[in-house]
Design a binder for this molecule. Structure first.
Ligand code: ZN
Length: 150
């Protein structure tokens, strides 16, 4: 694919967000994180198993007229640390952002420890993000147990 073709592909939306370089296996996680599975309002294009020089295959999400919040971008980083979040205005990329794995995650992930207070007393979960063999895992602030699947 030529550079021009790639640009054309991105330019299909007038205003909105393109999330590029998503690992194919993480695509549906990211759809869930952004609540796109229940979104009946925004125009979206989702591509998967696309060719990528860097990754072999990749997935891409284009959403018209929607811009993810900081917290959402941090969550994307947990599953797709190499993702790029591009902001589109008037068919042009006005901002390209690398996502960054956050230091802390609140809510949205459940603690793996069934005895943890967050699983019983309606306490919001809070985790420190630590790397384990290069993979981010979550360490509970309440019970110190590590959650690896989220
Ligand atoms: Zn816990």
């Amino acid at each position: 694919m030529t550079t021009q073709d790639k640009t054309m592909e991105v330019r299909l939306i007038e205003n909105g967000t393109v999330i590029d370089h998503i690992p194919v296996a993480a695509l549906f996680k990211i759809i869930t994180i952004l609540g796109l599975d229940g979104d009946t309002e925004h125009r979206m294009t989702i591509g998967t198993n696309l060719e990528s020089k860097r990754m072999g295959t990749k997935a891409i999400i284009k959403i018209a007229d929607r811009y993810p919040a900081e917290g959402e971008i941090d969550r994307i980083a947990l599953f797709a640390p190499q993702a790029r979040v591009n902001t589109i205005r008037d068919f042009a990329v006005v901002e390209k952002r690398h996502v960054r794995v956050p230091d802390e995650v609140r809510g949205f992930v459940r603690c793996a420890n069934p005895m943890c207070v967050t699983n019983h007393e309606g306490v919001e979960t809070a985790f420190r993000v630590v790397a384990e063999e290069g993979v981010p895992v979550l360490k509970c602030r309440y019970c110190e147990k590590t959650t690896r699947r989220f």
